[in-house]
Write a protein that binds this ligand. Structure first.
Ligand code: GN1
Ligand code: MG
Length: 356
């Protein structure tokens, strides 16, 4: 039996009676609602995908620790997410049907974008993510749980891809020969970043790991960077993951599932703008980290494409899809972006080298 939303809503400490609750946002993993109360106060309610995050307690421990840490450094409370406790006093709720829920204050007068309306919007997201990483530089990383083990371990993502391909449970591999060939042709590069981390060339930091443009809120009035959201994957990681994942999504000239690949390019202009904002807000990166930013962009894009294609082969159980073959279209845009980055490789390196 599935619990109904009213029963869930009744268990959170909202300031007045709930008068509305609608689906909200574009996340691929959790299910998000916008809650409106009689007072006019609004909240975010999320059903946590506990197939993806199977230790919800560990996940919520991370989030509240990160929020508390950032809140101590922040001068404006709107810059940090605020968890709304359940009536039990806990910061999440487990319902009798086994579903998990949490709630946040809704940050009013903010903008959440799927694509930058202007280069300045993208610059602001770079400032937000660069600053986020900078603020967490002295967070005690060993107290963080790994909410999804091997999240950006591209070599392991390839292992899972091979498993799915061998199973071919939905008999779909015959439909995606070209995409499979692309993935296999890039396999030898998959370990580059992790090897550099293991040999001490790239330092382990506390990173966000999911730096899509829609995981940052801009101030509605000033359009300046305000608040980084979606803290589920804050874990020890590499700075170049955060840079790279943001490029993958926000420097693309088209949507993540664009069907017309002619429209999909990695904009060098946006790449440069993001690099400037990110490096300016996070001045502590080492020379090697700076040099590896283009590789971070390429690896995060390749890895995400591999993950989308794996999920397509596996029957679309991980990423939420809104129409058939959406994961396949998503994977194609990622591979097109990787190809485009390979063409623009020299310029990408030049741009990163120009910020000293
Ligand atoms: C997911 O949850 P959301 O939509 O912000 C995914 C990211 C992918 C992204 C692709 C926990 O992010 O890793 O890069 O989709 N999050 C998780 O759009 O797997
Ligand atoms: Mg998100």
């Amino acid at each position: 039996m599935n619990c109904n939303l009213d029963t869930v809503l009744a268990q959170f400490c909202y300031d007045s009676r709930v008068i509305g609750c609608e689906r909200h946002g574009c996340g691929h993993i959790n299910t998000t609602y916008l809650v409106v109360c009689e007072s006019g106060h609004r909240y975010i309610l999320q059903k946590i995908n506990h197939t993806v995050f199977n230790d919800v307690e560990a996940l919520m421990h991370n989030i509240s620790a990160v929020i508390d840490f950032l809140a101590k450094k922040a001068s404006d409370p709107r810059t940090i997410m605020k968890l709304i406790p359940a009536r039990s006093g806990a910061d999440y709720l487990c319902m009798p049907d086994g579903s998990y829920w949490r709630s946040y204050d809704y940050v009013e007068n903010t903008i959440c974008l799927q694509r930058p309306d202007s280069p300045e919007d993208f610059y602001q997201s770079a400032v937000a993510f660069g600053n986020f990483q900078y603020q967490l530089a002295d967070f005690p990383a060993s107290t963080l749980n790994e909410t999804i083990p091997n999240f950006h371990n591209t070599v392991d993502r390839y292992r899972i891809f091979h498993d799915a391909l061998n199973r071919d449970a939905y008999n779909r591999s015959r439909l995606v020969r070209e995409e499979i060939a692309f993935v296999l042709a890039h396999e030898k590069e998959a370990g580059i970043l992790m090897e550099m981390q293991k040999s001490g060339k790239l330092p382990l930091r506390v990173t966000h790991n999911d730096t899509k443009l829609n995981n940052v809120l801009l101030d509605g009035k000033t359009r300046k960077a305000l608040c980084v959201i979606d803290l589920d994957t804050v874990m020890p990681g590499l700075s170049v993951y955060d840079f790279g994942d943001a490029i993958r999504f926000g420097a693309s000239t088209a949507d993540e599932d664009e069907k017309d690949l002619h429209k999909v390019e990695m904009s060098l202009e946006l790449f440069g703008i993001f690099a400037g904002g990110f490096l300016g807000a996070c001045p502590s990166l080492t020379e090697t980290e700076r040099q590896m930013l283009p590789m971070g962009a390429k690896m995060m894009t390749l890895e995400c494409g591999v993950r989308f294609l794996t999920d397509y082969l596996d029957g679309d159980h991980y990423f939420a899809i809104h129409y058939e073959d959406q994961n396949l279209y998503r994977s194609r845009t990622q591979f097109k972006l990787v190809e485009d980055m390979e063409k623009k490789w020299e310029q990408m390196n030049q741009i990163c080298g120009s910020f000293h």
